[in-house]
Design a protein around this ligand. Structure first.
Ligand SMILES: [Zn+2]
Length: 357
């Protein structure tokens, strides 16, 4: 028996508290997954488990299917667990990112019997660590059909009750300069690779990033040096310097176009792409996305950052972020969530799922 009793499941605030109080730092989701799975027994949903990722689907024969998804893990505790509620705020690790959002999905999975679309609820592990362990990625690789038969996905990551659409892509590139070692007392015999990096830094310093508006969402790009390394010893002219550059690009560029753009800005330098992930267009024309925006009644803004929305986009499923937590509090020691936002979020999502039914 778990902590997720019927009373708790019917109250999204109590459910948030209960989920927060099941410790589930990435890699340690066995118990929370057990409890979530147990809570779904007897709901009539078709439940499948992959590792510590739980998929629960309605089979109502509706013409459309949507996904509601939330991760079960948190970043490591930081003297901020278990939860504590004070003056309308619930404090604790995972309150904002994203057990309040996951609680809304679980609350609806258990209590909403007649959604107007079929719903696939996904509760997944290891979102806060490298992408190879991400439960949604593993599901997308192993059983994509469980996700791709949806026409829209809602990810309940923290957005503070706003709709965040699309996401930026990201590219990491190493720019390398080479020279020739020599004793620094006879430096004219060498060729200083660190000095040769100056034009790379200059190009980045004067670079003017674009701001692009797509479907009313403003995406701000950024091209930045994020690390630099070079040098052998205090008396040696360095023969190599590596500048690591990160390009956060708007989703109107593909990964290939983003790479081509960086090659153009840093033309003449030896470049090596070490990491790349595509962005996601806002995808606001999907009918279910329009309905959701209508239920919210306010315009979306661009997601600045990379989220699993892009994973859905890669599968051809348009997705939005919407959740009660404040994204600025995610991963912080004083992480908290407003109780009102949880109640409002549960109402909004239910209204969207049931309107016209
Ligand atoms: Zn998160």
């Amino acid at each position: 028996m778990g902590m997720l009793t019927r009373d708790v499941l019917e109250d999204p605030v109590a459910l948030t508290r209960a989920l927060v109080d099941i410790e589930s730092v990435s890699g340690d989701e066995a118990e929370i997954a057990d409890q979530v799975q147990h809570a779904l027994v007897g709901t009539g949903l078709k439940v499948e488990r992959f590792g510590h990722t739980i998929v629960a689907r309605t089979e109502l024969g509706r013409p459309e299917r949507v996904v509601l998804a939330g991760h079960l893990d948190t970043v490591p505790l930081n003297d901020n667990w278990p939860s504590r509620t004070e003056g309308g705020l619930m404090h604790g690790c995972g309150t904002s990112d994203m057990k309040s959002g996951t609680a809304i999905a679980l609350h609806l999975a258990v209590t909403e019997q007649a959604p107007r679309h079929d719903v696939t609820y996904v509760f997944y592990e290891c979102e806060e660590v490298d992408s190879a362990r991400n439960g949604l990625k593993i599901l997308a690789d192993k059983r994509p059909e469980l996700l791709t038969d949806a026409s829209f996905a809602l990810l309940l990551e923290p957005t503070h009750g706003l709709v965040e659409a699309g996401c930026q892509g990201t590219l990491r590139v190493l720019a390398r300069t080479t020279g020739r070692r020599a004793h620094s007392a006879r430096s004219w015999l060498g060729d200083n690779a660190i000095h040769k990096a100056a034009p790379i830094l200059r190009s980045l310093q004067v670079y003017e990033p674009r701001t692009v508006v797509i479907d009313g969402c403003e995406f701000r790009e950024g091209l930045n040096a994020v690390r630099i390394g070079g040098g052998v010893a205090g008396n040696v002219i360095p023969d190599e310097c590596v500048v690591e550059v990160n390009f956060r690009f708007a989703p109107d560029r593909s990964e290939e176009q983003a790479a081509a753009h960086v090659r153009e800005v840093l033309a003449g330098f030896e470049l090596e792409i070490v990491d790349s992930a595509p962005g996601a267009l806002p995808g606001l024309d999907a009918p279910a996305a329009r309905e959701f925006l209508a239920a919210i009644g306010q315009p979306p803004r661009a997601k600045l950052g990379w989220t699993d929305v892009a994973r859905f986009a890669t599968l051809g499923v348009p997705a939005l972020n919407y959740g009660p937590g404040d994204p600025n509090l995610a991963h912080k020691q004083d992480e908290h969530v407003e109780l009102d936002k949880i109640v409002e979020g549960a109402d909004v999502v239910r209204r969207w799922l049931t309107a016209g039914a």
